[in-house]
Design a protein around this ligand. Structure first.
Ligand code: FMN
Length: 165
């Protein structure tokens, strides 16, 4: 799949089959994440490759309103960043690289909110993240249980402004 196709075809997937995702694939996806742009070259990110079913269930429980499907995911990549000035932008750029590269592997993903969420501290406690870090996102991952519908986005002509808004 080329980059443009991976971007245009990606959809959030919240229902997965039980097939395992080889670590080699997940590590390559994380390798893509760390290639994201990073303000001032700080690379504040760390990635937790989460596959342990018990921990996934624990996190699904505390993020229940946002991500009950985490308990069924084959894996989750948790993005945490040192609390730098641009941690959120950097962490989000890395997260998007995760979604796109996973889409290239025909994996379904869903970006689950981390920053500003009331469960952020609890998630980081369960994952033993040291002090001084922010939870940016949790990306649930698995092979899609059902085919995903195509996107319905606001049309280009409505959102593009030439020269002035
Ligand atoms: C910052 C951010 C936080 C999100 N948080 C959640 C979440 O907590 N739970 C969830 O199911 N989806 C979450 N999403 C996914 C969006 O709901 C999804 O991207 C949106 O509905 C558009 O659908 P698409 O990803 O299929 O294009 C989040 C997306 C972003 C960018």
């Amino acid at each position: 799949m080329d980059t443009k196709e991976a971007i245009k075809k990606r959809r959030s997937v919240r229902s997965y089959n039980s097939k395992d995702i080889p670590d080699k694939i997940i590590l390559d996806i994380i390798d893509c994440a760390r290639m994201a742009p990073t303000a001032r070259g700080e690379e504040p990110w760390e990635f937790i490759l989460l596959k342990d079913k018990e921990i996934l269930k624990q996190i699904a429980k505390i993020t229940e309103k946002n991500a009950p499907f985490l308990s069924e995911a084959s894996a989750c990549i948790v993005v945490v960043c040192r609390d730098t000035k641009y941690y959120l932008e950097d962490g989000c750029a890395a997260t998007e690289n995760i979604l796109i590269s996973a889409s290239d592997y025909k994996l379904g993903t869903c970006w689950v909110a981390g920053d500003k969420k009331e469960y952020a501290q609890d998630v980081m406690r369960i994952l033993k993240v040291p002090d001084g870090f922010k939870l940016v996102s949790l990306v649930s991952m698995g092979y899609a249980q059902y085919p995903v519908a195509s996107k319905n986005r606001r049309p280009l002509k409505e959102i593009v402004h030439r020269d002035q808004f």
